[in-house]
Design a protein around this ligand. Structure first.
Ligand SMILES: [Zn+2]
Length: 236
């Protein structure tokens, strides 16, 4: 995101209004302080049902405040739908209870080269604007004697995507989780995503997308990163 903003800033240096909006965006992005999602200590003391009730009431007020007629048949159910969608779907990855259970298996095939799962599609939400982030993750690792089911890689990406996010934090969370689950440093993650807060509002640049890359262990060597990218590009 930061890189995209800087490039756009260069391109549009002459345009004051756009520049101001970009500074605002840059300011937003600087607020990510750690790889952990900032959660309150009492985040899960209330039940999902209680949270949905409260969100529904507040969302009703937001819509009403905007002047919408909340007695209209088309709008009446919206606050309830939004509340349910927030808690049960798009932000369900906030709750550790929803974390996918990952079981590891012995690497009985003795396959000891890298495994790459490319083009893992995900939908996330920008925590600065609550607009969608739509992207693809590419994940690779070398087994340290343990392997996990391929679909578990998708599930891990999906879990961390289902939160208010910034892309830089999401990639760190996926990377750290894979290192822990697989008990190895030999992990690489690449994320490419379109941020609707960039493409549909503010600067309205629909062609830019944001890339992040994180790796450790054998991927510190360039030839292994090259192998990773060759495998990813083959599957595109
Ligand atoms: Zn945003």
């Amino acid at each position: 995101m930061l890189k995209t903003c800087k490039n756009l800033l260069k391109k549009n240096a002459m345009n004051n209004q756009i520049e101001k909006e970009l500074f605002e965006l840059l300011g937003d992005e600087h607020q990510m302080t750690s790889a952990e999602t900032p959660l309150r200590p009492d985040a899960f003391e209330k039940s999902d049902a209680e949270k949905m009730n409260t969100i529904e009431k507040h969302f009703h007020m937001i819509m009403e405040e905007m002047g919408l007629d909340m007695t209209d048949d088309s709008l009446r159910g919206t606050p309830h739908r939004v509340a349910k969608m927030f808690i049960q779907e798009i932000f369900s990855g906030l709750n550790p209870a929803n974390k996918p259970k990952i079981s590891v298996f012995e690497n009985s095939y003795h396959y000891d080269k890298m495994l790459v799962e490319a083009n893992i599609r995900f939908n996330s939400t920008c925590e600065h604007h609550f607009l969608p982030i739509i992207g693809k993750a590419h994940v690779g690792y070398v087994s340290n004697g343990k392997v996990i089911g391929l679909s578990k890689l998708n599930r891990i990406v999906d879990y961390f995507a289902r939160r208010p996010q910034v892309q830089e934090r999401m990639i760190m969370q996926v990377f750290n989780e894979l290192k822990t689950v697989l008990n190895t440093e030999d992990v690489m993650v690449v994320i490419e995503a379109e941020h609707l807060c960039v493409s549909s509002r503010g600067i309205k640049d629909s062609s830019s997308f944001t890339s992040t890359i994180q790796y450790g262990g054998i991927f510190n060597e360039k030839e292994n990163r090259d192998d990773f990218f060759n495998l990813v590009n083959k599957e595109k």
